[in-house]
Design a protein around this ligand. Structure first.
Ligand code: HEM
Length: 123
């Protein structure tokens, strides 16, 4: 009999504290980057941050507490290009690398980014 004792990636990287720090740095980067900053004009970043923490927690196998909109609905009005998307994805991955997140977790996040791209890219 084999038992899978691998902890969820969420715990492996340090739980909610690590996810919150990653998301904090992620929005810091998005707001400092001229290509992405304008998208967030007039947006309540605190609310967005909380949704993103919940979503990333779920993606990493932690408790499922995401209560935001469907990604397609949240981004429909933004005319996001594949170039914008790649830029945002690169910021997220850069933060995870910065925080020393293991390679297999980064691979999983990258796969998720590829999977949800069609919901977000509309231009
Ligand atoms: C990379 C994958 C992405 C994920 C996982 C993601 C995730 C999210 C989430 C969870 C929300 C909150 C939904 C809600 O409040 O109900 C949101 C909203 C938003 N996202 Fe993204 N996002 C991504 C890419 C992008 C990109 C590429 C841009 C712009 C370049 C962007 C700009 C925004 C903006 C402006 C909002 C707020 C929309 C509003 O409240 O009117 N996102 N995103």
């Amino acid at each position: 009999m084999s038992v899978d004792v691998t902890p969820p990636m969420f715990e492996e990287i340090g739980g909610s504290e690590a996810v919150e720090e990653a998301v904090r740095r992620f929005y810091e980067r998005l707001l400092a980057d001229p290509q992405t900053a304008e998208f967030f004009d007039g947006i309540d970043i605190e609310v967005l941050r909380q949704h993103q923490v919940a979503l990333l927690t779920t993606v990493l196998g932690g408790p499922d507490a995401y209560s935001g909109r469907e990604l397609s609905q949240a981004h429909a009005h933004l005319s996001i290009t594949s170039d914008d998307y790649a830029r945002v994805g690169a910021h997220l991955i850069a933060v995870l690398v910065e925080l020393g997140v293991p390679e297999h977790v980064i691979t999983h996040v990258n796969e998720t980014l590829t999977a949800v791209a069609p919901d977000i890219i509309t231009a």
